[in-house]
Design a protein around this ligand. Structure first.
Ligand code: UDP
Ligand code: MG
Length: 331
């Protein structure tokens, strides 16, 4: 029988929270008669989180777990958890009890009945630090504008996905902040949100320092770039390289023409080429244009060498036999 729900929970040093979290999830889902598994991913904890998980899973066979040898980050944890998850709806949650398991049944219903690809929690009233709350608002605004996805908050740890979504997206680096954007880029565009309860951290402290404020926007740029031009980088670099080069080229012609004008028409000695502003425009534009072209060609070579260059999100097909192996190559 298919499992209804997988709850993927990446964690780093959260031993105190795990027993309460496991019991709470079990209570809520059992009450709603939903079959489930919890997939803990221990991201290199140095406290006794793993011992606690071992004890918990000895008492409850629905608790499964993966342990990293060292700390790789939340995205890595999610990525491995996604690969292992077997439930029809796959949840992600933080381990620190900031997200409430009470939200699971309604989000499950939204995925199954309302047919959402992804339902994101929205911490409308949130309990994080002042600085974090306010930078988050700016980031969410920018992400909304850049991606065109209408979510109030992108980085809530509590989200629900259709199983096919998590099997068809890739998350690495610190890109867990933009999973809705990644899913949308992969063609999973029915994205909803649900207001969720949020609590202050009960035990321990936040595992992300202020580096997140710089890494976040960089990751967003990468995702937008890869989403749009990952399979055709020359279209970006070639366009801007071309524009700059042409600008530089005509500036160079301007210099030549004005030199001839002084010498032949006005019959006087011409000012030095280096005194003309066009000289500097020509120099800069032609150099930058060439560089962009070069970057474009290199990016094309890299993209060409990617074994997944021909992988597309194939939703379904008609009439093709099971033993037709085209999908292995193209998905
Ligand atoms: N986490 C992780 N690996 C890391 C950092 C964090 O697995 O390198 C987990 C952490 O244990 C928690 C979740 O990711 O379950 C969210 O982290 P945290 O609560 O510290 O982030 P915040 O709520 O401050 O954004
Ligand atoms: Mg937290």
């Amino acid at each position: 029988m298919n499992l209804d729900i997988s709850v993927v929970i990446p964690l780093l040093n959260e031993a105190e929270s795990l027993p309460e979290l496991s019991a709470w999830i079990d209570r809520v889902l059992t009450q709603h008669q939903l079959s489930y598994e919890i997939v803990y991913v221990d991201d290199g904890s140095t406290d006794n989180s793993w011992e606690v998980i071992q004890q918990l899973s000895a008492q409850n066979s629905a608790i499964k777990a993966i342990k990293f040898r060292k700390n790789y980050g939340k995205s890595a944890g999610l990525s491995v958890g996604f690969a292992a998850a077997t439930g029809n709806v796959v949840f992600t949650m933080d381990a620190d009890l900031q997200d409430s398991p009470d939200e699971l049944p309604e989000m499950y219903r939204m995925v199954i009945e309302d047919d959402y690809d992804l339902v994101s929690g929205w911490k409308q009233k949130r309990f994080d630090s002042f600085i974090k709350n306010n930078t988050s608002k700016i980031y969410n605004f920018v992400t909304r504008k850049m991606s065109g996805i209408n979510l109030n908050g992108f980085n809530c740890g509590l989200k629900a996905y259709k199983n096919t979504v998590v099997k068809n997206i890739e998350v690495y680096g610190e890109m867990h902040r933009y999973l809705p954007v990644i899913a949308n880029n992969a063609g999973f565009s029915k994205i909803g949100q649900k207001v969720v309860k949020h609590q202050a951290r009960k035990h321990g402290e936040s595992k992300f320092g202020s580096a997140r404020f710089i890494r976040g926007p960089l990751d967003l740029l990468s995702i937008m770039f890869v989403g749009r031009f990952g399979k055709r980088p020359m279209h970006l670099f070639g366009l801007w390289g071309g524009i700059l080069f042409v600008l530089g080229f005509f500036s160079a012609i301007m210099i030549g023409v004005s030199k001839l004008y002084y010498l032949n028409i006005l019959n006087q000695s011409a000012p030095l080429v280096t005194e003309s502003p066009y000289f500097y425009i020509a120099l800069t534009c032609m150099m930058m244009g060439t560089q962009l072209f070069l970057a474009g060609f290199l990016a094309e070579l890299v993209a060409r060498n990617n074994p997944r260059r021909n992988s597309y999100g194939i939703e379904t097909d008609i009439g093709l036999e099971e033993d037709n192996h085209f999908k292995e190559k193209y998905t």
